[in-house]
Design a protein around this ligand. Structure first.
Ligand SMILES: Cc1ncc(COP(=O)(O)O)c(C=O)c1O
Length: 405
């Protein structure tokens, strides 16, 4: 009998031949992770401060998370929203406990969470005017990023995101972040909502001031608009608060979340405050994979670990010396680093030149970081990164900058 022909093809070759070329990927194949470390297929270790772009909140393969997912995978993975499952009910209860009285819808990604928010704004407009198509405008911010679906793209005023896909969804206008007047000036009878990230992630780590958020709340109250917050990247403990907007002490009407919620398992969620939660009724929205027993088990494990390991306090405490140490890079290498901004474990280093080159230099030295718009190197450690790992990231950054001089 003929032996089967085994063709050994490298992962790079497989990608080259068969995977859609819609990402600019680093030349790196990752095969294993533990905590804040990942290993490539050559056995080389890296400190992973991308955390899968703010997804791996507990780092890689946290034992409590792994056990919870393994246990649930052996019991019930998916049953659809034709039925209840205990994990979805419990996760909704825990998120309501964090966000306030209201209800939760589960989906699978950040863009999908934001689509539900955009639909919510439209339903609110119908409630306000009694008719469809008159009140549906949503005010967003310049430099925002809300996802790649048509709704998400339409709310994302970035040429590189929108180019080639027009016409987009109508009804989006854009104010300047932290400039209340520029939002106030765009409100009219057709406006239904304000939709904003507390900290813009992809757009370059731009932080809303507490005064700006409080001002948006007042504008929404005055004009009966929903204040909808995109916490897809900055939420679930990343800033040291469970939701980043909590720092402003404001009440919001709806929250979109995803990324860190599942700790690596895809899940998105929308919390809607009690005044508007009933705008959705059977038949108005849904998604096949939303809130499966397995996805919710993963998210419950993330919430357990955040609570049991005191990760909110950990992020608040450890981020202060870390951000200060990164700030010293701007003093010591003023030709390369213009400044550092962000909060908690969502930090951007503003480079004078190309951030992509810097990210490659860091990678060569064993630190994985991400690029954000406007020449920013984005650092997103897992929420349980140790003081030693944070210090190591600064050392590697310093050595990369020193090697340039
Ligand atoms: C603030 C924000 N909203 C929405 C999204 C889209 O999320 P997803 O890629 O899960 O669709 C992202 C992704 O980076 C994001 O950062």
């Amino acid at each position: 009998m003929d032996e089967p022909t085994i063709v050994r093809t490298s992962t790079a070759e497989l990608y080259d031949a068969h995977v859609l070329k819609n990402y600019a990927r680093a030349p790196l194949t990752l095969v294993r992770g533990r905590g804040a470390q990942v290993w490539d297929d050559q056995g080389r270790a890296y400190l992973d401060f991308t955390s899968g772009v703010a997804v791996n909140a507990l780092g890689h393969c946290h034992p409590h998370w792994v056990a919870a997912v393994q246990r649930q995978a052996g019991e019930l993975i998916h049953a659809s929203n034709l039925f209840r499952n205990p994990n979805q009910g419990e996760l909704a209860r825990r998120l309501v406990g964090r966000a306030g009285p209201g209800r939760v819808f589960f989906c699978n990604s950040g863009a999908e969470a934001n689509e539900a928010l955009i639909k919510l704004a439209r339903l609110h407009g119908v409630r306000k005017t009694g008719v469809e198509g008159q009140c549906f405008k949503i005010l967003c911010a310049q430099h925002a990023f809300h996802g790649r679906t048509f709704g998400g793209m339409s709310a994302t005023p970035q040429e590189k995101v929108q180019k080639g896909f027009r016409p987009l969804l109508p009804g989006f206008e854009f104010g300047e972040l932290n400039d209340l007047a520029s939002f106030a000036a765009r409100i009219d009878a057709g406006t239904a909502a304000i939709f904003i990230e507390t900290i813009q992630g992809e757009g370059g780590i731009h932080v809303c001031t507490p005064e700006f958020l409080a001002g948006l709340r007042k504008l929404c109250d005055r004009h009966d608009l929903l204040l909808m917050i995109d916490e897809v990247q900055c939420g679930i403990g990343r800033t040291g608060n469970f939701f980043a907007f909590e720092q402003a002490g404001i009440r919001v009407d709806a929250i979109g979340m995803a990324k860190g919620l599942g700790g690596g398992f895809p899940i998105g969620a929308v919390w809607i405050g009690e005044r508007s939660a009933d705008l959705f009724h059977p038949g108005t929205h849904g998604t096949t994979f939303g809130g499966t027993p397995l996805a919710c088990a993963a998210a419950l494990a993330v919430l357990d670990v955040i609570e049991k390991e005191g990760l909110l306090a950990h992020v608040s405490r450890e981020s202060i010396p870390w951000i200060a140490a990164l700030g010293r890079l701007a003093q010591d290498f003023p030709d390369s680093v213009l400044g550092v901004r962000g909060r908690g474990f969502l930090v951007g280093v503003q480079m004078a030149g190309d951030a992509g080159i810097c990210v490659a230099e860091l990678r060569e030295r064993g630190l994985l970081a991400a690029v954000a718009a406007g020449g920013v190197v984005r650092l997103l450690p897992p929420l349980n990164a140790t003081a030693a790992e944070l210090a190591r990231s600064v050392e590697i950054f310093r050595s990369a900058l020193s090697a340039r001089a």
